[in-house]
Every structure is written in C-alpha cells, then in structure tokens.
Design a protein around this ligand. Structure first.
Ligand SMILES: [Zn+2]
Length: 345
C-alpha cells in the first residue's frame, strides 16, 4: 500500500510539472488543431461535454442530457480549461494503460470525456456516476466522473470564476482517479475547510492539490485580455478585503463596537478566501500560523482563529500542522509546477 501511495504521489508531482510545460505550450497552441490531445486521446469523440440535470433519476443516479452554453464553450476553447482537460486525459492514460505484467495485446481502456454539469448550485463539486439521456436511450455512466459547477460562473471573469474553479474541481477528479483509496480513511475534521485552516492530512492533500490549479490556471491564462481582467480582479479584492479585515479585527478588540464587520462575514469572506489562495500561497506566507485575539470568549477566539485574517511571521507552522493545511499543500504543488522546489517555501 505504501508503494502505491508513493507512486501516486510521484504521479501527482509529475502532473504538476507537466501542468507548467503543457501550459507554456498552450499559450501558443490552444486554438490550433490539437496534435497533443490526439496523442494523449486517440479516440476522435469530443474531449469535453456540457450536460444538464434533467431532474430525473435512475436508482440512486441522476439523469443528465447534453446541452449547449455559449459562454462555457468559449471559455473551454480559450482558457486554461482546455489544458486541464489534457491533463485529465494524461491521468486517465496513466491509470488505464495495460499493466506491465499483462499481454501487450491487451487494449487500453477507453478514456472518458470531461463532463461538466452546469447547475444552479453555488460552489463547485467533483462527482461520479450518472445516466446520460441520448437519442431516447439511457447510457450507463455510473462509473464516469464529472464536475458540477454553477452556470453563472462562466458568464464573466473574476477571481474565482469558472476558468480557475473548473481546473480546481478537475484536480479533485484527477487525484481521486490516481489514488483510488483516497477516501479509505474517514476524514476526522469537520466539513468546513479553508486555505489557511489546519484540518487533517486527507482533506489538506485533496483540497491543496486541487487549489494549486487555480493559481496555475491564472498564471497561464492564454487569453491576454482575460488574464489582465483576472489580475485586476485580484488587485480589487486586495483593496476591498483590506477594509473588511481591518474592521473585523477592530470588532474583536475594541469595546462598544456594532460588530458590523463580523456580521457581514458571509458577504466578504469568500472573496478574501480566494485572495488568500492566491496571495498567501504564492508568497509562501501560508506557512505561518494565523493570529489569535488577545481578548474575548473562547468561542470568539475559535471563530477568529478559523477565519484566519492575518498571519504571524514569527510563528511558522510545525510539520504536522503544515501537512494538514491545504494552503501549504497548494504551495508545494504550485512551486513544483514551476520547478522551484529547491527554494524554501
Ligand atoms: Zn475543492
């Protein structure tokens, strides 16, 4: 089992490194005929399919059908999404190739197209298993992975929009594919997870590996105007969340405050979380522990710590904490993608 884990880990590091090389190639070739894709995916069927949920079910599985969405199709062709789908096929090739001990005549298992379910659900989710309604038939895809994303995230470009979240969710799919026993151990942490929060190693590895694709996709966005828009969104997020963070800290420390910033956390925190996944991971400051308030109740202290609004440069996380922090894992793979692991994080 340990050997298998080592192989998976090596495979993931290799994929992260491939992401950089492939992304550099993508800058000039994403609109060209896909010779690379035809190499990794000889099957001529479309590599990327958009589906919608019909609302029907067969057994425990939902029934999807093909649909069109101009915004998503445009994004797939012109953004890092195309590159992440190539990595998905590379991962499938790695898993589906005949084992060395098997006869060379044994055919490689067919790869799945990358299915994207456009939904109205907020957030993004990797999923497995559905039936596909096509020409009056129900095709069995109960073993096929897919990504579920909110349809509106394709309509405009901003920090955390589809061009970055799709590669993140497909990162989960790839990790689960390469490490089939990824969920063998039950997670011991609560459902909540954030980039700077220490949870457990399983959650941290799964999320951290997926999150590093957000930064890689932004850095290697092939469309120059989209890239400029995303970078502007990052700068805007720094400005707006700085005010919120300062107000939030004062709410904890100063007496007689109206606690407006604390009450408004649901409205600004997600943007701040996306900014931390970008800034703290790229800077490497994610390796530091986050601040604790010097006053307040135990409940307030826990909430404040989990919100992680600021880090303490004099207090690096210890190894156990680092391995159980998704942002540290994300920073590892981000640095691996750029082959900078010789420098300290
Ligand atoms: Zn995730």
């Amino acid at each position: 089992m340990k050997r298998w884990k080592l192989l998976c880990c090596a495979g993931l590091v290799w994929m992260a490194m491939c992401a950089c090389d492939a992304a550099q190639a993508a800058e000039s070739s994403v609109k060209e005929t896909d010779s690379f894709l035809s190499y990794v995916r000889p099957d001529p069927s479309p590599p990327f399919r958009i589906v919608r949920d019909t609302g029907e079910k067969k057994g425990e599985y939902p029934i999807f059908e093909h649909t069109d969405d101009a915004n998503t199709e445009h994004l797939f062709r012109d953004s890092f999404m195309a590159e992440s789908v190539r990595l998905f096929f590379l991962a499938q090739n790695l898993v589906n190739r005949p084992k060395e001990t098997q006869a060379q005549t044994k055919l490689r298992q067919a790869s799945h197209p990358a299915y994207l379910l456009l939904s109205e659900r907020e957030g993004g989710f990797p999923g497995t298993g559905f039936y596909l309604k096509q020409n009056g038939e129900l095709l069995d895809h109960t073993g096929t992975p897919y990504v579920d994303l909110m349809k509106s995230t394709a309509a405009s470009d901003y920090l955390g929009s589809m061009s970055q979240v799709y590669p993140h969710e497909l990162g989960h799919v790839m990790y689960h594919l390469l490490s089939p026993d990824w969920d063998r151990t039950e997670s011991r942490s609560v459902d909540m997870h954030y980039v700077s929060l220490t949870t457990d190693r399983r959650v941290a590895f799964d999320e951290g590996f997926a999150e590093h694709f957000e930064n890689v996709s932004l850095d290697h966005e092939p469309d120059e105007s989209r890239k400029a828009g995303l970078e502007s969104s990052v700068r805007q997020a720094r400005l707006t969340t700085a005010t919120m963070v300062a107000g939030y800290e004062k709410d904890y420390v100063w007496p007689m405050r109206l606690q407006l910033y604390r009450a408004a956390v649901p409205f600004w925190y997600q943007r701040f979380e996306m900014l931390k996944r970008h800034d703290w991971v790229k800077e490497g400051t994610i390796r530091f522990t986050t601040t604790q308030p010097s006053a307040g109740s135990a409940e307030q202290s826990i909430k404040y710590r989990n919100t992680g609004v600021r880090y303490v440069e004099s207090k690096p996380r210890n190894v156990s904490q680092a391995l159980a922090t998704e942002g540290v894992v994300s920073a590892f793979f981000y640095e691996a993608a750029f082959q900078r692991l010789e420098a300290p994080l």
